[in-house]
Design a protein around this ligand. Structure first.
Ligand code: ADP
Ligand code: MG
Length: 257
């Protein structure tokens, strides 16, 4: 692995210990993420994907292995992480605006500059006229946008997305996932997206990391080059290479289920 990675994981392993015994979740897992890259991680249900993100987010410590960081700002500091989960976790008793500034409030970072940025995002993401509404009054897609603004408000250098669209119905998911990923791409952020949707991974990511069944290890990495790349992620599903990638991924993953 070279130094060009913003984040390198090498031989990461992790086990859960409970009263009922040990569950090995990750086994000697290695890969890297470059600055500005969009990496999707796919793997069978229960293989250890969320565990992997929790380790990268620093919520749990790996049992073995090392994580090396090259912060884009040139320092050795761990990158600022934004973490978006399957559920939007918006608080119903706070307005949309109060929700999106929650992280800033908690971290005591309510500077004029950050609040201006939040207002800009509300405008850019079409939520300006909903800022005083309750989350319950928004559509599923709008709620995900609000959750994204709350995450981006903290100016993360690395975005971790753990199946953020899987609570949406299929049709909504198609448009919302394309839409949100397009918005994040515009920010130039580095992204790690976990998904169990192979088509979603192909249409959105620059590279796909396929994990084995539990304990997860990296089975293969597939760089994605679609010839319709300048078009929307929805249109990219019509790219001639799409089917080839899908079949390749399916071959890798079908024996792992
Ligand atoms: P995925 O996100 O790929 O579905 P997870 O990382 O959530 O998988 O879980 C990997 C394995 O670890 C699963 O078998 C799960 O049951 C187990 N596991 C996850 N969290 C815990 C926990 N807090 N305690 C014990 N076992 C856990
Ligand atoms: Mg999970």
């Amino acid at each position: 692995m070279t130094d060009s990675y913003m984040l390198s994981l090498r031989d990461i392993s992790y086990s859960y210990h409970t009263l009922f015994g040990e569950t090995k979740a990750l086994d000697s897992l290695s890969f890297g993420v470059k600055e500005g890259e969009f990496v999707a991680v796919v793997g069978p249900s229960g293989c250890g994907k969320s565990t992997l993100l929790s380790i990268i987010a620093g919520l749990i410590k790996p049992e073995g292995g090392t994580i090396t960081v090259n912060n884009p700002d040139g320092s050795c500091r761990y990158p600022r992480i934004g973490y978006m989960l399957q559920r939007d976790h918006l608080f119903e008793w706070r307005s949309v605006y109060q929700n999106v500034i929650l992280g800033l409030e908690i971290q005591d970072r309510m500077s004029e500059e950050r609040l201006e940025y939040v207002n800009q995002l509300l405008q850019d993401y079409g939520l300006e006229q909903f800022r005083d509404k309750c989350p319950g009054e928004l559509s599923g897609g709008m709620k995900q946008r609000a959750a994204l603004i709350r995450t981006l408000a903290l100016d993360p250098q690395l975005l971790l997305l753990d199946e953020p669209f899987s609570a949406l119905d299929y049709q909504t998911r198609l448009t919302v996932s394309a839409d949100i990923c397009h918005l994040i791409r515009q920010t130039g952020k580095t992204m790690l997206l976990i998904t169990h949707d192979l088509s979603e991974a192909i249409s959105l990511a620059d590279r796909i990391i396929v994990l084995s069944r539990r304990p997860a290890t990296v089975k293969c990495e597939i760089p994605i080059h679609l010839t319709l790349q300048d078009d929307s992620p929805l249109a990219s599903r019509n790219a001639p290479e799409f089917k080839t990638y899908f079949n390749q991924l399916w071959e890798e993953i079908k024996d792992e289920g």
